[in-house]
Design a protein around this ligand. Structure first.
Ligand code: NIG
Ligand code: FE
Length: 393
């Protein structure tokens, strides 16, 4: 993870949206005839970020929760009082697909502007059959209509809806018997996720849902051990999930379980930061155990309102003691593998998609070092410029 294979005075030859040659600029210029030349001017060129954990489609915001947390209330207390995920569910249910798509479009542009060219996106703010399908269909349209590439995940088990709070099993059955078959039949998601946590879905309920999802051909990514250590990392290992996400409270035993089943950890330091917590996950131990660690934004209106992967790099280095190179690997090629696209994106190699950004710095470490503003100069998806920074006048 710490070897980025940097090429000084390098260049990339792009043909039909794919990378044809990567190497010294001089060599590339020899091979390039009748080619449009883009001079990066000595700046850093990196693969587009791959954000492997987002909740991209939702209505409204959570400004009231944010203000209450600023005044000292906790995420869990606010949720118990009717705020939290539930308040976003109410707004999302009341939104038309047209309005949801418009808001998602705005967020998609934020991602592209920040140098992210592919995201995983979870449903989970609908919690009825039709509302979950509505969200997944918005993702499909977003993928077709914008330059941001979207990999959909079904997260019907994000929270027990208010109407089923008295009998949670009824909702688990709805997810298993009605939602999952529809999602699979319409091929609306590649992955299935569950928020496995005290007060949300316990280990047994999570196991039931995920086992059924697997039978239907969905791959698994699971929210585990975020607020408490409930043995979620071990469940991810038992079910051979592709990823186990969050892991703030995972201990050594959980890390060993992930390693034994080759589950990729997806760490989300943005949500630790935005919740005002200091319990960052044990990134160093995970890397030292040989796990192919991923870092992601967890973009959502409640616990992590950011699309900025550079901000996540900053947190990874300052709070989780990762090196800048490790943070870049974790947000590009490792993330691509976690989405089953390691052969197509995530690094600048011949044959891969020409998804890349030019950054206004000369050393890649600057990206994690300067924080709180954008250093993105321009962004390319499949060889086409999708964002160029305006000059200050
Ligand atoms: O990943 N943990 C559960 N889901 C989100 C939070 C969603 C929300 O608060 O709206 C997360 O942190
Ligand atoms: Fe999340």
């Amino acid at each position: 993870m710490s070897d980025l294979a940097v090429i000084r005075d390098g260049g990339v030859l792009i043909r039909d949206g794919k990378i044809d040659i990567v190497g010294a600029s001089k060599e590339i210029e020899k091979n390039a005839r009748d080619t449009e030349v883009i001079d990066a001017g000595g700046r850093v060129v990196l693969p587009g970020f791959v954000d492997a954990h987002t909740h991209l489609v939702f209505a409204g915001n959570r400004l009231d929760d944010f203000e209450r947390r600023a005044l000292g209330e906790t995420y869990e207390k606010i949720a118990a009082a009717g705020g939290g995920i539930w308040s976003t569910v109410e707004k999302t249910r009341a939104s038309s697909d047209v309005d949801l798509l418009a808001q998602a479009n705005k967020h998609a542009n934020w991602f592209l502007k920040s140098g992210t060219t592919m995201v995983e996106a979870k449903s989970g703010y609908g919690l009825t059959v039709e509302d979950e399908l509505k969200i997944l269909r918005v993702m499909r349209r977003l993928n077709q209509e914008t330059r941001l590439e979207v990999v959909p995940t079904f997260l019907g088990a994000h929270s027990i809806p208010q109407e089923d709070r008295q009998s949670p099993q009824q909702y688990v059955d709805l997810v298993i018997k009605e939602m999952l078959p529809r999602v699979a039949a319409e091929k609306l998601a590649e992955f299935c996720d569950v928020f496995c946590e005290r007060g949300y879905f316990d280990i047994e309920q999570s196991r039931q849902i995920l086992t059924e999802a697997k039978k239907l051909g969905l791959k698994l990514r699971i929210h585990v051990d975020q607020l408490s250590n409930s043995g979620g990392a071990k469940l991810a290992a038992e079910l051979k999930a592709t990823t186990a996400d969050h892991l703030e409270k995972t201990d050594q035993g959980g890390i060993a379980a992930l390693k034994s089943a080759d589950v990729q950890p997806v760490l989300l330091p943005g949500s630790v930061y935005a919740l005002g917590s200091t319990s960052y996950p044990r990134a160093r131990e995970m890397i030292d155990a040989g796990l192919a660690l991923v870092i992601a934004t967890d973009f959502n209106p409640g616990s992590s309102p950011t699309v900025s992967m550079p901000m996540i790099l900053s947190l990874a280095c300052t709070q989780m003691k990762m090196s800048p190179a490790e943070a870049i690997t974790a947000s590009t090629v490792n993330a691509a593998y976690s989405l089953d696209r390691g052969d197509k994106i995530g690094s600048l190699e011949p044959g891969k998609r020409a998804n890349l950004s030019i950054l206004d710095c000369e050393d890649y470490r600057e990206l994690a070092y300067w924080f709180g503003f954008s250093q993105v100069h321009s962004v390319y998806v499949r060889g086409k410029c999708v964002h160029k920074n305006a000059e200050t006048l």
